[in-house]
Design a protein. Structure first.
Length: 639
């Protein structure tokens, strides 16, 4: 007699095996109408799942993230997939998972489709939804499932099953059709909604893209159809508006329009910084340099290329080699550093340190290179060559909590200075591929949990997402349109100090291993500047703007006065440029405004004769005429 325990702690007892449908109907007809799936002992299941033992039980609706995911998955694997096959019978289906905000499906079309084809696919999907057909799960013997898809000429489905672990003797298929009809069948682990239209979502097919089968460039390029789906039309429209806004803020478009940087095929994933873009970079770097010095960090510089033996000792050659650029010279193998950690330990190891020297905080604006797949590269957001505001803190066990607390306060103040106030913290735990024994990982994970708790920080845990040498705390910032970006991190590492033989002399005159804290606040400079550009939509704060003041002359008569004003501002380290071109003043103002220059000074004969400047902002606000001293006082607080 199974006993069902509900989330509120209440229990229901049944005389024998009972399905999710039965339990949900027993709870109440209102909930049964909204139910999309169930959770049985923390596993998502179809409503048709049979419960035979005592379990914890929860009902999933579209209001739950897991319930929404089930509805999205049904839209992808049952509705979109069938619509494609109805319209393109010779197309072969590959995979159709859910992703953030929606789903996609990879398809091998006989002839490539164009974006305009999405309209017909969308129309067919909506017709299928109106049919409201049953979706039922069937478990097939492995060989029969392979043969079924071979007979249907669904070669990708057969390949997926063939590659499944040998111990998987039964394969999960989902049939679409009432009373056992074989209208459509797809390979899927589930769960799905009980009918194609249950939990009907507001959706839109958004675009198509190329995607290699299994992500391998040696395989065939498939067509990926992307879609977004939400519980309500309102949420869908809000999302589509955010997407439009994100397109306007795209850092690649703004970077080109404002002449900040460019990328080219001869150096994939490497950035060419132009003068204006490098000015932003320098402003960010000098700010971080000043703040780190105030926090007790010593800045160092380490080599870009190191012998293979160091990377073998650190564990990178074994665990990270596929992401490293390697080279050889004079019968020696080298790697371009993908991270700075081993080099910082070498600096620490150069000389014997006392416990009194700890914590030792070593910082470097370190240039790193990682062999990212070319298909993953994306403007400044995903590159192969980058610079980190990297630092490593070598400390004693009893200093870990205070150092994590100190770092947290430091990081939060930096994010606030750059205009980010919505910050979330996540703890990434041991990955499958890792260095170090389990008891070392137990210590490291426990240490970070204790430190976060002591700092009064709330966090979310991410199993399997840690670095190969240790768990890490991640800082995620939300930008102006609500997108979340992972930037800063602090990682507690017992592995590398052991592997690279780092030591200090303790108070009892014995030699001990230091605890190593890897930390960054901005992460990659390239990526952080890309985030900044999109967050501010190209209108950088005054202190970051590559050109802070533009001085515009109405006629050639004011050129000498304009140069005098510019000279005075430049002496105060205010980045200033004079536009004395023989153009109409309206054109000059419009051009400076489009370039997002924070302040525009318009100089005519009146301003020249009275020693004034007429001040406008890039937002179009006219601040009227004032003395240069008054203008400097006005903007000084934002510099």
């Amino acid at each position: 007699m199974p006993v069902i325990t509900l989330p509120d702690g209440s229990k229901r007892e049944y005389q024998g095996a009972v399905t999710g449908f039965d339990i949900v109907n027993d709870i109440g007809p209102g909930l049964a109408k909204a139910a999309l799936g169930i959770v049985v002992d923390e596993e998502d299941k179809d409503l048709s799942y049979t419960v035979t033992t005592d379990v914890d039980f929860k009902v999933l609706t579209v209001k739950d993230e897991a319930g929404l995911d089930i509805a999205r998955h049904t839209l992808a694997a049952q509705v979109l997939a069938r619509a494609v096959k109805d319209l393109y019978p010779d197309a072969m289906l590959a995979i159709g998972p859910t992703v953030e905000h929606g789903f996609y499906y990879d398809v091998d079309f006989v002839e490539p489709i164009v974006p305009e084809a999405l309209e017909a696919i969308d129309k067919r999907m909506r017709e299928i939804l109106k049919e409201n057909l049953e979706v039922t799960r069937e478990m097939w013997p492995r060989k029969e499932a392979i043969q079924y898809f071979l007979d249907k000429r669904e070669l990708y489905k057969a390949d997926i099953i063939d590659r499944a672990p040998v111990e998987q003797t039964e394969i999960s298929l989902y049939r679409q059709g009432n009373n056992g009809e074989d209208i459509f069948m797809d390979l899927c682990r589930g769960p799905h909604t009980p009918t194609t239209n249950k939990g009907k979502l507001a959706f839109a097919l958004t675009n198509i893209a190329g995607a290699y089968w299994r992500g391998d460039s040696n395989n065939k390029m498939l067509t990926r159809i992307y879609a977004v789906a939400f519980a309500t039309d309102k949420e869908l429209q809000e999302h589509l508006e955010r997407v439009k806004e994100a397109e306007k803020r795209d850092h690649r478009r703004i970077g080109k329009a404002q002449n900040l940087f460019h990328l080219q095929e001869e150096a994939p994933g490497m950035v060419f910084w132009h003068p204006k873009g490098w000015t932003i970079w320098q402003a960010v770097e000098q700010y971080m340099r000043r703040r780190q010095k105030e926090e007790g960090y010593q800045e160092i510089r380490t080599p870009l290329v190191m012998d293979r033996t160091l990377w073998e000792r650190s564990g990178h050659w074994e665990n990270y080699k596929e992401n490293m650029f390697t080279t050889s010279s004079e019968n020696r193998d080298y790697a371009v550093k993908p991270m700075n950690c081993p080099c910082h330990i070498e600096v620490f190891n150069h000389g014997l340190h006392s416990y009194r020297d700890l914590p030792m905080r070593l910082a470097e604006f370190g240039s790193c290179h990682r062999n990212e797949p070319s298909g993953a590269l994306h403007g400044l957001m995903r590159v192969r060559g980058f610079v980190q505001d990297d630092a490593h803190i070598f400390c004693r066990d009893d200093q870990v909590i205070s150092e994590v607390e100190r770092f947290h306060k430091f990081a939060m103040s930096v994010y606030d200075h750059f205009g980010f106030t919505d910050i979330s913290v996540k703890l990434s735990l041991r990955p499958e591929q890792r260095a170090g024994e389990d008891h070392i990982w137990d210590m490291a994970e426990s240490g970070l949990r204790t430190a976060l708790g002591a700092a009064g920080i709330s966090w979310e845990e991410l199993p399997g997402e840690g670095a190969f040498y240790g768990p890490k705390v991640e800082y995620h910032i939300k930008d102006a349109i609500g997108r979340s970006w992972q930037v800063g991190t602090i990682q507690l590492d017992f592995v590398l100090p052991e592997r690279l033989d780092a030591e200090f002399v303790d108070e009892d005159n014995t030699r001990k291993r230091p605890v190593m804290l890897h930390r960054a606040i901005l992460g990659s400079f390239e990526r952080f500047i890309g985030i900044l550009i999109e967050h501010h939509a190209g209108s950088m704060p005054l202190w970051l703007a590559p050109e802070q003041v533009s001085i515009l002359t109405i006629t050639g008569n004011q050129t000498e006065y304009a140069e005098k004003v510019a000279k005075a501002l430049k002496k105060l380290n205010i980045r200033t440029k004079v536009d004395a071109r023989n153009e109409k003043i309206g054109y000059k103002i419009r051009e400076a405004t489009i370039s997002r220059i924070p302040y525009i000074l318009v100089l005519g004969n009146r301003e020249m004769e009275m020693g004034l400047v007429a001040v406008r902002t890039r937002e179009g606000q006219d601040l009227s005429a004032m003395t240069l001293e008054e203008f400097v006082e006005l903007i000084q607080k934002d510099l």
